[in-house]
Ligand binder design. Structure first.
Ligand code: CAA
Length: 293
């Protein structure tokens, strides 16, 4: 097989990381007919991901959104492994969705490059790190790009495919094509910039929302209401921070500041306060809002 990536050769997808993003990205791939492996060093994370996905699929069937035969077949196409070496050896396309830490990602990309077949594209779901920061540790920088999904990945249609200077056209075409076959609406980002496109738009809205609240202009609940009832957004900016995770939002902002060095880009103090208190949003039961489940 040629070492040039080609959509038609993609049969097996590996997703690295069994968190909320990784597991749902894997499920989207399996629902689209691909053989999917989810790899995570934590057995516990894999078990939890498997259970959460089965539950999600049950819900989709009971709500009449999907057929049981389709969800069972898709769940049957999913494998869960702790060994990255074994998982990478049969992958035609890899999407890394591990923790947003550069050193961890570099280690993962080094392993992936060693063990994945030469034609395999190595993509990262990172929203904060351009793939050039991991491409240089591999011997296939031309086959590395960002493929950034949105939360919740089973639902949100957008995928940002971001090329770095050395990403080949074949890699871009394969990533865009794969996103389409996964039922998504990919957009191509021609150059690495902090926040890509969607998070830049969201960041502008979030900054303004935090300022309005901080200045005592309106409560955060009322700001959310305005976003929903005046602008038609499905969620207000505060609800969305809780969904994405206060820790993730904080990290995105911190990474943005580190790239620009502009103190105006530092995480907002109110955000830092929640972050330092461990109030990460829905996943901890407390963020801007309190969650009972
Ligand atoms: N995982 C999977 N599916 C989910 C979900 C989740 N966490 N939450 C909701 N859904 C699906 C379910 O099918 C759900 O129906 P059921 O509860 O009956 O199963 C359906 O969506 C509707 O959910 P809700 O009735 O709870 O509420 P909703 O109609 O408001 O829809 C939503 C939920 C799809 C999340 C919607 O509110 C929405 O689109 N919100 C905006 C999300 C958004 O902006 N995401 C981008 C985040 S930014 C990001 O991800 C980038 C980054 O780099 C961090």
């Amino acid at each position: 097989m040629s070492s040039k990536p080609n959509l038609e050769n993609v049969k097996r997808i590996l997703v690295v990381g069994a968190g909320a993003m990784g597991s749902q990205i894997g499920m989207v791939g399996a629902l689209a007919g691909y053989q999917v492996t989810i790899q995570d060093i934590s057995e516990d994370m894999l078990t939890k991901a498997q259970a959460a996905l089965a539950e999600r699929m049950d819900r989709n069937v009971s709500k009449g959104r999907m057929e049981r035969t389709d969800t069972d077949a898709a769940l049957g196409r999913m494998n869960y492994l702790t060994s990255i070496q074994d998982a990478a050896s049969t992958a035609d396309f890899v999407i890394e969705a591990a923790v947003e830490k550069l050193e961890t990602k570099r280690g993962i990309f080094q392993e992936l490059d060693r063990h994945a077949p030469p034609h395999a594209v190595l993509a990262t779901n990172s929203s904060t790190l351009g793939s050039s920061q991991v491409a240089d540790i591999t011997g296939r920088a031309d086959r590395v790009c960002n493929m950034h999904f949105f939360n919740p990945a089973l639902v949100m249609k957008c995928v940002e495919v971001v090329r770095h200077e050395q990403t080949s056209q074949e890699t871009v075409d394969t990533a865009m094509g794969l996103a389409e076959r996964m039922g998504k609406s990919p957009i191509l980002i021609n150059r690495e910039i902090p926040g890509f496109v969607a998070n830049r738009l969201l960041g502008a809205l979030r900054t303004e929302a935090l300022k309005l609240y901080d200045d005592g202009i309106a409560s955060f609940q009322d700001i959310d209401t305005a976003a929903k009832t005046a602008l038609g957004h499905p969620m207000g900016p505060y609800e969305l921070m809780d969904l994405v995770g206060i820790d993730v939002v904080h990290l995105i902002r911190q990474a943005h500041f580190e790239e620009t060095g502009d103190p105006a880009d530092l995480p907002h103090p109110a955000l830092t306060e929640l972050y330092e208190a461990g109030h990460y949003g829905r996943k901890t039961g407390q963020g801007w809002y309190t969650y009972s489940e």
